[in-house]
Design a protein around this ligand. Structure first.
Ligand code: B8M
Length: 141
């Protein structure tokens, strides 16, 4: 659900600052990670892809090929309140997007494409949170 996704985003987003330097993602592109879900934020910058890889690695969510680690992602999402209702759906949506962009060899570029695809599909599925929902749970992490 969107509620669960707000928790996942709030927690995952805490890793952004540690990843800024190595990813080259400037605050002008994305100031706070929760804006990822904003209607008017476009998921297009290669640097965001690099940042997502760096952030995911902090939680061991990727395999060596930078595709998601299904078991670890499952366990990560399950760790949030009601996480078990979202974990399977989330892994499925991301994996489905990964398959669509499997031919892109640049890891950062492929990851930003996968993330954009995931944002669209999560909205379609009604599991995309509002930025305000994320802000409401930020202080808990
Ligand atoms: C990776 C879990 C993050 C959950 C927080 C919400 C939104 C961010 C979306 C990024 C999804 C892209 C994951 C990387 C897949 C690499 O193939």
């Amino acid at each position: 659900t969107a509620e669960v996704m707000s928790h996942v985003t709030a927690h995952f987003g805490k890793a952004l600052e540690e990843c800024r330097t190595e990813s080259g993602l400037s605050p002008e592109i994305l100031e706070e990670f929760q804006h990822f879900w904003s209607e008017d934020f476009e998921v297009v910058h290669r640097e965001l892809g690099c940042a997502l890889i760096c952030m995911s690695n902090k939680f061991s969510l990727l395999q060596d090929d930078t595709r998601i680690h299904h078991v670890n992602m499952h366990d990560y999402v399950k760790g949030f309140p009601n996480g078990e209702v979202l974990s399977e759906k989330m892994v499925k949506l991301i994996h489905n997007c990964e398959k669509q962009f499997d031919d892109i060899t640049d890891d950062c570029q492929r990851t930003v494409k996968v993330a954009a695809c995931f944002k669209v599909d999560a909205k379609k599925e009604g599991i995309a949170p509002e930025v305000a929902m994320i802000e409401a749970v930020m202080e808990r992490y």
